[in-house]
Design a protein around this ligand. Structure first.
Ligand code: NAD
Length: 497
C-alpha cells in the first residue's frame, strides 16, 4: 500500500478536532472541578489540547456508572454472541477511523506515523476482534465429583475493572486490558497516561457508536492522580496496570489498604539479547538487535537493552549493529519515512540524557549520545550504544526507557545466562544460535516471560501470553489466559438427591 504523504498528515492534523474531556456514563464531561492539564506534542513542544484533570468526583462518577452498568446486567447479562457482535462493530469503527486515531497517537506520543498506522491502531483493533471472537467459544467445566452431585466450574466477570496504562503504546496497551475485560462482561474505567490521553478519550465515542451501553466503558484522564484514586477505590474489583515497577509496587499497597482488589501488573524490563558465536545470520541478528532497542525510541518494556555478545564475534558483530543503528534517525514523526520519533516529554528526555551522562563515565561510547534537532522544539535523542566493561554499570542494570543500548561481552553460554538472569526484571530475553541444544537449554534457563530464539519482539499474534517474571510483573496480557485476570472462578455443586 502506498504511504500517505507528510502533507496529507499535516493537513489532517490541521483539521483535527481533539476531544479532551473525560468520557463517563456514555457522555463527554469536563472535570467536576473544571481543572485541565496541558497535552503537549513531543515532536515540537506545542500545546495540542487542554485535557480534563479528573479528580475524586469524576473517578467516583465513573466507578458508579461502571458499577450500575454491571449490576443492571446491560452488558454482563448479554448473550456472549451479542457482546461479540458489538465488540466487532467497535473494532470495525477503530479500523474505519485508523488515520485519525493513528494521527492522535503520533501527535500525542511522538511515535512515527508509519508505526501508529501499521502497529498501534491495527493492533488495538485486532486485540478487540480477537477477544470478541473468543468469548462465545470459551466455556466452563463439568468436573468429576460424587455420584449424587453435578459439579460445575465456571468463570464469571469480576465486576468493575480499572485499567491504568502507560504512554509508550497508549491505545495498544489499553486494548490489551479493556478488550479481554469487556469481552468477559466487565465494566471498565480506563485511566490513560497523562502524557498520552487522546486516543483513549476518542475511543469513548466510538464505543457508544458501536452499541456498548453507557457506563460500560469510561475514560478518566488526569494528571493529578486518578490512577491512585482508582487503586484505592473500595468499589473497584480489579486493577489492571501497565507501567513502571515503582508504581506497580504502590498499586499493590493501595489494594492492600483498601478492598484487596485483584491487581495485575505488567511492569518494566531490562531484557537480555544474547548472540552466540555460532549464530547463523549475524546480519539479521544485528538488524534485529538495533530494532530491539531503537524501535519506538527505545520506549519499549521489552526493549533488548542489554546486548550480550560472545567474545569471538564481538568486533565483527558490533560493526554491524552500529551500522544498523544508523538507520534509526530521529525525525518528524508525521513524515512517513521517519523510523524514529520524539521522546515522550522533557522529563523523560532529561532522564535518558542523565543515563547517557552516567554511561560516559562507566562505559565506552560507541555511537550517538546526543540530543538532536533541538531547534524543532521537540525532544529527540539519537541512537546510543555503549560498550560495558562491568555488568554492574548503572546503565546496564536500570531500565532507561530510551534509545540506549548496553553491550556486554561474555565467553560461555553459562556466563551469558548468569548475566542475563542477574536482574530484578524478567520480561523478555532472546538467544541467537544455530545449535538446537543450546537454543533449548538456554531458553529454559532464562527467567523471562517471553524468550525469542533467532528473533526478537516477534509475536504479533494474540495467542502468546505476555508478561513478566520477577519484578516485571504478574499475570499475563494477551491470549485466553488474559481472561483469567478479569473473571472469578466459581464452583457450583448441585446435589441431585
Ligand atoms: P508509570 O508507572 O509512571 O505510569 C503508568 C501509569 O500509572 C500512568 O497512567 C500514570 O499516570 C499512572 N500512575 C502514576 N503514579 C501512580 C500512582 N501513584 N498510582 C496509580 N497510578 C499511577 O509508567 P510510564 O512512565 O507511563 O510507562 C513506562 C513504564 O511502563 C516502563 O517501566 C515500562 O517498562 C512499563 N511498561 C510495561 C509494559 C508491560 O507490558 N510489561 C508495557 C509498556 C510499558
Amino acid at each position: 500500500m502506498e504511504k500517505k504523504s507528510l502533507e496529507y498528515w499535516q493537513n489532517l492534523a490541521a483539521s483535527l478536532h481533539i476531544e479532551g474531556r473525560a468520557f463517563i456514563d456514555g457522555e463527554y464531561r469536563d472535570a467536576a472541578s473544571g481543572n485541565t492539564f496541558d497535552c503537549v506534542n513531543p515532536s515540537d513542544g506545542t500545546l495540542l489540547a487542554k485535557i480534563a484533570d479528573s479528580g475524586e468526583a469524576d473517578v467516583n462518577a465513573a466507578v458508579a456508572a461502571a458499577r450500575h452498568a454491571f449490576e443492571t446486567r446491560v452488558w454482563a447479562g448479554l448473550n456472549p454472541r451479542k457482546r461479540k457482535s458489538i465488540l466487532l462493530r467497535w473494532a470495525g469503527l477503530i479500523r474505519a477511523h485508523m488515520d485519525e486515531l493513528a494521527l492522535l497517537e503520533t501527535l500525542d506520543a511522538g511515535k512515527p506515523i508509519s508505526d501508529t498506522t501499521s502497529v498501534d491502531v491495527p493492533g488495538a483493533a485486532y486485540c478487540v476482534e480477537w477477544f470478541a471472537e473468543a468469548i462465545d467459544k470459551v466455556g466452563g467445566e463439568v468436573v468429576p465429583s460424587d455420584h449424587h452431585l453435578v459439579g460445575l466450574v465456571t468463570r464469571e466477570p469480576i465486576g468493575v475493572v480499572a485499567a491504568v496504562v502507560p504512554w509508550n503504546f497508549p491505545i495498544l496497551m489499553a486494548s490489551w486490558k479493556f478488550a479481554p475485560a469487556l469481552a468477559a462482561g466487565n465494566s471498565v474505567v480506563l485511566k490513560p497516561s497523562e502524557k498520552s490521553p487522546l486516543a483513549a478519550i476518542r475511543l469513548g465515542q466510538l464505543a457508544l457508536e458501536a452499541g456498548i451501553p453507557a457506563g460500560v466503558f469510561n475514560v478518566v484522564p488526569g494528571a493529578g492522580g486518578p490512577g491512585k484514586l482508582l487503586a484505592l477505590h473500595e468499589d473497584v474489583d480489579c486493577l489492571a496496570f501497565t507501567g513502571s515497577t515503582n508504581v506497580g509496587k504502590l498499586i499493590m499497597q493501595y489494594a492492600g489498604q483498601s478492598n484487596l482488589k485483584r491487581v495485575w501488573l505488567e511492569l518494566g524490563g531490562k531484557s537480555p539479547n544474547i548472540v552466540m558465536a555460532d549464530c547463523a545470520d549475524l546480519d539479521r541478528a544485528a538488524n534485529s538487535a538495533a530494532g530491539a532497542i531503537f524501535y519506538n525510541m527505545g520506549e519499549m518494556c521489552t526493549a533488548g537493552s542489554r546486548l550480550l555478545v560472545q567474545r569471538e564475534i564481538k568486533d565483527k558483530f558490533l560493526d554491524k549493529v552500529v551500522a544498523a543503528a544508523r538507520a534509526y534517525k530521529p525525525g518528524n514523526p508525521l513524515d512517513p519515512v521517519t523510523s524514529m520519533g520524539a521522546i515522550i516529554d522533557e522529563v523523560q528526555l532529561e532522564r535518558v540524557l542523565g543515563y547517557i551522562e552516567a554511561g560516559r563515565k562507566e562505559a565506552k561510547l560507541l555511537l550517538g549520545g546526543e540530543r538532536v534537532d533541538q531547534a524543532s522544539g521537540g525532544y529527540y535523542i539519537e541512537p546510543t550504544i555503549f560498550d560495558i566493561t562491568s555488568s554492574d554499570a548503572k546503565i546496564a542494570r536500570e531500565e532507561i526507557f530510551g534509545p540506549v543500548l548496553s553491550v556486554i561481552t561474555f565467553d560461555t553460554a553459562e556466563e551469558a545466562v548468569r548475566i542475563a538472569n542477574d536482574s530484578d526484571y524478567g520480561l523478555g530475553a532472546a538467544v541467537w544460535t544455530s545449535d538446537l541444544t543450546t537454543a533449548h537449554e538456554m531458553s529454559r534457563s532464562l527467567r523471562a516471560g517471553t524468550v525469542w530464539v533467532n528473533c526478537y519482539d516477534e509475536g504479533g499474534d494474540m495467542n502468546f501470553p505476555f508478561g513478566g517474571y520477577k519484578q516485571s510483573g504478574n499475570g499475563r496480557d494477551k491470549s485466553l489466559h488474559a481472561l483469567e485476570k478479569y473473571t472469578e472462578l466459581k464452583s457450583t455443586l448441585v446435589r441431585l438427591r
